[in-house]
Design a protein around this ligand. Sequence first.
Ligand code: SF4
Ligand code: SF4
Length: 280
Amino acid sequence: MTEPKTPVREGSLEAPTRHAVDWKNPIFYDEADLFNELERIYDICHGCRRCVSLCHAFPTLFDLVDESETMEVDGVAKQDYWKVVDQCYLCDLCYMTKCPYVPPHEWNLDFPHTMLRAKAVKFKKGEVSARDKLLSSTDIVGSLAGIPVVSGVVNLANRMGITRSVLQGVLGVHKNALLPEYHSNTAQKRLAKHQTTISPEATDQTSGQVAIFTTCYGNYNAPDIVDDMLAVFEHNDIGVTAVKKEVCCGMPKMELGDLNAVEQAKNSNIPALIKMIDEG
Ligand code: SF4
Ligand code: SF4
């Protein structure tokens, strides 16, 4: 009598194992190897289709398959694989909430990490537009657009049809797309000026203080969010300060596949955060 086989466990029945992105290994940028992996995971996803409602990456893939001659992944032109990659904004939802084939499942399917790898390959090949490089430099754009007077001009221009048409022509930003306002009185300036009356009290588990990492959006575009956080914390007698040295978190550069820029941002932010944590 043969022994019964141990059933394969679904990956997402427990916390998934996340393998580190091996982005400094030369094989990571090998396009042929990448396309083999893309074909493998696209084929699994085509047979599953569970993530169809999450974002536009999956419907793009399934349309490409359904409209191909074979109605299988082998009927999709390799060049069209990029269309799926371009639709992924790396939110991680498919990995964290849907996919039964994430590691430790033997199929070892990590859709977002594979999209990230494809974006990094594209960036390294220089196939990223100047527009994308500019728009993903959120800290530089924010610091320029947030200069007093300039911010008013930028906000006015963003509301005018004629300048929006120019913006659409030059940068490809749709003239009807909602754009955030820019503030010269940034969240970091407000936090620096804020006079607190709170005397934080440490507990067994906390120092009774928080440091706010404002982010580019919170700092330049929506400082009122940071004002609100400050009010809520102080209402609860929690002392608030700003992170002393903050640069962009790097997420826009990650979506671009510019992993060196992400590493630079990380190397600047993490020591500043750790220092503040160590100081309480
Ligand atoms: S990580 Fe990418 S593919 Fe997955 S749900 Fe988010 S946007 Fe879609
Ligand atoms: S990522 Fe996983 S759950 Fe989503 S379609 Fe692909 S195989 Fe299915």
